[in-house]
Every structure is written in structure tokens, then in C-alpha cells.
Design a protein around this ligand. Structure first.
Ligand SMILES: *Cc1c(COP(=O)(O)O)cnc(C)c1O
Length: 385
């Protein structure tokens, strides 16, 4: 022990750190002590059942990640080598990478301004064009970006007209609704993530849900190395090792119990940012689209430099200097080097959101003081100090 008094800098404020506590710790240890470690067990079954009920779906299969859920979901709806799949461009790479795992090609679709999600009109036009040419995509990946549902009414109508399945990437949207229905209930299948930064976490994990259990039963089979019923190891198909462990499922059950509180907290954080930034020229928060209740997984804003007098990058760097993590919006996948050469549809909405966007700390464990810290730092830079 030294005799000097250390003046501690406030801890760095992160974008969306895990929000876990005594209940998750107890659940994890209880599962450990139960002996169900290797790796499936009763907590997996319960987590699946409670999760399915929560999103109003008949089937749910707990998996090792959201990416695994997207991979199995795309495979289950029939995506395979040589296929095209329409994918929202303004998203994380894991919305599209599983398309590539299956030997198919993503075709990136621009966002609409109302939801920042894929534009249903662009999808409808593209499906009509491709139907005429006899080359329909094998699926459409709709992403509920930052926890806001895509505009499913026109989107599902367009896809149903050509019998094209929709894979809903609801990784950021657990707890959101669209016209009264929960996120995750819109696709032929839907994927969720329990990565450490998501609305709820199992440290790492995911879930595939579907309106009937045929698809999720098949997902469970494929995720367990496609092991046939036999006393020895018998395999007629290529499977994966994608199941969630019983220990992590126990943590997920505890997290699921506080889902409503966690979502309510993220919404309050967005409301606090909105109130603090109201009237600031050139600063706009991501719109909450009519008819939906987003999770506000991350509060994002756009900066018009001509009006605000700063760029999103300058704001981000100022926050960084204040010990606050902020991040640019998802870089559109059509601009990622790995997807150079993939076709794209639409204009520059997603590009503009990326160029001007900034995501603010939004974790459900934030205190009012934390939010004030961000608001104060933003104000300093916007006032030119
Ligand atoms: C986090 C995320 C994923 C991937 O989930 P993991 O559990 O990290 O594999 C997929 N899509 C979106 C939109 C995400 O935000």
C-alpha cells in the first residue's frame, strides 16, 4: 500500500457491455453443481421453451452463436451453392457471411430512411425483375438493425408473392415489436444473438426460432453433428457442433427474466439522449419508425457537418478523449473489401448513414450519471469547446 492518494479517472464507458449480476452468477454455479456440464442438459431445454414462448414461436433451438443461427437458418430454408440471397447492406458481417459459408452470393440492398433497414420497395422491384428473368434469390435476409424491426408488412407481401423465404436477423432486436408482434416472429426462421454486447447475453450464444418445430428440430439435429439415431456414431449428412452449453443456457434463463427491464432501460437511455440533443442543429437520432417498438439496442445519431459544425468523426474522437466509447454505424457490407464484386441494389442511404452516423453508449447497466457524462461531452464539442 502506498501512502499517496490516487485520484482515479472514471472508468471508460463502453458501448454496450454485458449487464449481469448475482442472479446470473447463482444460475451458472447451480448448473455447474447439478453436474449437467457435458454440454447439454435441462437448462438448455428450459431456455429454449421459455425463449420460444417469449417470442411467440413454436420452435427454438439454442446455439453457440448468432452467426451459427444465421448459418443453420439459411441452410434450412434451402440456400446452397450458386444461389443469390438478398441481404440488407447496413449490418454486421454475420448477417451475410453465412450466405458465403453455403457457397451462395449476397446481393446487397440499400436501406430506407424510415427504419434504416432494407427498403421493401427495392426488394419488391428486384424480385419482380428476377422473376421475369427466371432467377429468383433463394432467400431474403432482413435485419432488425440496432433493434428496430424492418417494415415487414410490405416486405413479407413481396416475398410471399414469389415464394421466397425470409431469414430474419433479429440479433439486436430481442424484446422489440412491429405492429404488436415480437421481433423474431416474421421470418420463415429468425436468428438471435447472446453475444456479450447484445440485449441479453450468455457470454456467447444464439437462438434459432421458427413458427413450427420441424425446422428447429432439424436445426438441433444439424447442430449436433447430424448424428443419426444409432448406438454407434452414424452420419448421413454433414453437421456442425453448434449447440449452446447447459451452463450458458442457465445464464440465459436468468437474463431472460430481466429482459423487459433491460429493454425499458435502453429505451430510457435513448429518450435521455433525445431530450438532451433536441434542438441541436444538424443532429438527428435514428428514427423510431411508426408501428414499431425498437429495443434501442444502440442509440445512434447522424451528424450533418454543415449544420452541426462538427463531423461524426470529430464527435467520436472527442468522446474517446473523455473516456467514452462511441462507434461509427455499421459500414455497409457492399463497401467491405471482402464483398467487393457482389451486386448491390439501390442508392446511397446506407452510405450516408455510415458517413454521418455515430453509436453512443447504450448498455442497460448505465447509470444516470453515465448518461450525463456522455451528454456533457457531446455538448462540449457541439458548443465548440
Ligand atoms: C451480433 C450480430 C450477429 C452475430 O451474432 P454472434 O452471436 O456474435 O455470432 C449477427 N447479426 C447481427 C445483426 C448482429 O448484431
Amino acid at each position: 500500500m502506498s501512502g499517496t492518494v490516487a485520484v482515479e479517472a472514471p472508468a471508460r464507458l463502453l458501448l454496450s457491455p454485458p449487464d449481469v449480476g448475482d442472479e446470473e452468477r447463482a444460475a451458472l454455479l447451480e448448473a455447474f453443481d447439478s453436474g449437467w456440464i457435458a454440454p447439454l442438459g435441462p437448462s438448455v431445454d428450459r431456455f429454449e421453451a421459455e425463449f420460444a414462448a417469449r417470442v411467440g414461436m413454436a420452435g427454438a433451438t439454442a446455439l453457440s452463436s448468432g452467426t451459427a443461427a444465421m448459418h443453420l437458418g439459411l441452410r434450412l430454408v434451402g440456400v446452397g451453392p450458386g444461389d443469390d440471397v438478398l441481404v440488407s447492406t447496413l449490418t454486421f458481417c454475420a448477417s451475410a457471411n453465412p450466405v458465403a459459408y453455403l457457397g451462395a452470393r449476397p446481393v446487397f440492398v440499400d436501406s430506407e430512411r424510415r427504419t434504416w433497414n432494407l427498403d421493401p420497395d427495392l426488394v419488391a422491384d428486384e424480385l419482380a425483375r428476377r422473376a421475369a428473368g427466371g432467377r429468383l434469390p433463394a432467400a431474403v435476409v432482413a435485419v432488425d438493425v440496432l433493434g428496430q424491426c424492418a417494415d415487414y408488412e410490405p416486405l413479407l407481401a413481396a416475398c410471399a408473392a414469389y415464394d421466397v423465404p425470409v431469414v430474419e436477423d433479429a440479433a439486436e432486436a430481442l424484446g422489440a415489436t412491429y405492429r404488436g408482434r415480437p421481433a423474431g416472429s416474421f421470418g420463415t426462421v429468425a436468428a438471435f444473438s447472446f453475444n456479450g454486447n447484445k440485449v441479453i447475453t450468455t457470454s456467447g450464444g444464439g437462438m434459432l426460432v421458427a413458427p413450427d418445430t420441424d425446422l428447429t428440430d432439424r436445426a438441433r439435429f444439424l447442430a449436433s453433428q447430424a448424428r443419426e439415431v444409432a448406438p454407434h456414431y452414424e452420419h448421413a449428412e454433414i453437421g456442425y457442433n453448434y449447440r449452446l452449453s447447459n451452463l450458458l443456457a442457465a445464464m440465459g434463463l436468468a437474463q431472460l427474466r430481466s429482459l423487459d427491464d433491460k429493454v425499458a432501460k435502453r429505451r430510457r437511455i435513448k429518450a435521455a439522449y433525445a431530450a438532451a440533443l433536441a434542438g441541436r442543429p444538424g443532429i438527428e437520432l435514428m428514427p423510431d419508425a411508426e408501428g414499431g417498438e425498437p429495443t434501442n439496442w444502440l442509440t445512434a445519431l447522424t451528424v450533418d457537418p454543415a449544420e452541426a459544425g462538427v463531423t461524426a468523426t470529430e464527435l467520436r474522437l472527442h468522446l474517446d478523449g473523455c473516456g467514452i466509447e462511441a462507434r461509427p454505424m455499421w459500414k455497409p457490407l457492399h463497401r467491405q473489401p471482402v464483398y467487393a464484386g457482389c451486386p448491390r441494389i439501390g442508392g446511397e442511404v446506407a452510405d450516408e448513414i455510415f458517413d454521418r452516423g455515430l453509436c453512443l453508449p447504450s448498455g442497460s447497466a448505465m447509470t444516470d450519471g453515465d448518461v450525463d457524462r456522455v451528454v456533457t461531452a457531446l455538448g462540449e464539442r457541439l458548443d465548440g469547446r
